[in-house]
Design a protein around this ligand. Sequence first.
Ligand SMILES: *Cc1c(COP(=O)(O)O)cnc(C)c1O
Length: 398
Amino acid sequence: MAEKTFTKNFTRQEPICEEGIEKALEILRTGKLHRYNVDSGEKGEAALLEEEFAAYMGKKYCLACASCGSAIYLALKALGVGPGDKVLCNAFTLAPVPGAIENSGADVELVEITDDYTVDLDDLIRKAAKAKWFLLSHMRGHIVNMDRVMEICRAHDLTLIEDAAHTMGASWDGMKSGAFGKVGCFSTQTYKHINSGEGGLLVTDDPEVISRATIHSGSYMLYDRHTSRPSTEVFEPLKTVVPSYSCRMDNLRAAILRPQLQMLDEQCARWNKRYRILEQGLNRIDGIACPKRDPREAYVGSSIQFSLIGRDEATIQAFLQSCMDLGVELKWFGNKDPVGFTSAYSSWKYIDELPSLPATDRILSTMCDMRVPLTFSEEDCQAIVEIIGSVALEILFD
Ligand SMILES: *Cc1c(COP(=O)(O)O)cnc(C)c1O
């Protein structure tokens, strides 16, 4: 094989921008890391981040919290989900999503996916009568037809919660992903679109939901230090009946996120340049197909998924290994034993009566996954396509 080995690291993100580092140092020098450790009348970094993210999303309120998983959990609790309830969720998602449902005491009802890796809306309709809640996870940034989702939710009286961990900065037909649901949840974990190591953001227009979520997050009686909130009267009847689950964000993380939020749209455009090179290149390789994307979907290509159409497990393993030998690190959703960050629903054995999902099984069994960190140049993406192309030629057509 003539291909040169690829030597860059698939998990290396760009450094935090200088402005973020400056702000972080400023906070460190004051020692005021806790979000409520502010002088009277002073707005802390966490409060400012909430104001700015709410404005970015076109939503009334935002709450910064410890992670996207905790944002989802807080959202479910704030909406009143609890034991005996069922929450619908697409089966192609990440482990913290069913985990948040389990944590709320409710049962997970998994919904099939389609060949474009998004939730199967016909299966959603079939299962809609079982539940009052639909937690839609835009897994790996694939956005389903949101017009139909909203119609189905209206017709079947489902409350929509969006897991937009992979769609921060993305939109459907001009409306931001995460703004459709009653609540939208985002991640600021290192591998998502803005990076504070760990962190989450929750947005909503509902005054009671944001008040409950804020108290749940651990505001004590200091909720008036939040500025992205309704009047304190809304909190009054709730403040002693809503338990604290202690999952706040601190000022240090918020400080490094604020300048990144200013650059988010620009960064998304850089991701998409890389994604399009990879998508075009991969689609030209025999045996490989990237999903078709709807023109209404303005996605953020911070990772790419493709299918090794009709290939069996042994062939896929050989393909992954040959790519790895040439420095191209791919994940595979069909692995019986989930590895790294790649999760398959069959490994969530705590779910009572794991359903049989033949379409999802078939689709995941050939689905590969690759991170596209912004430390990769456009030339790097071209080099990756060439490596995958040469491996495909050798392995897929033996
Ligand atoms: C990362 C991720 C989460 C969880 O985010 P954390 O901030 O790590 O809790 C949830 N859903 C999806 C689709 C993700 O990719």
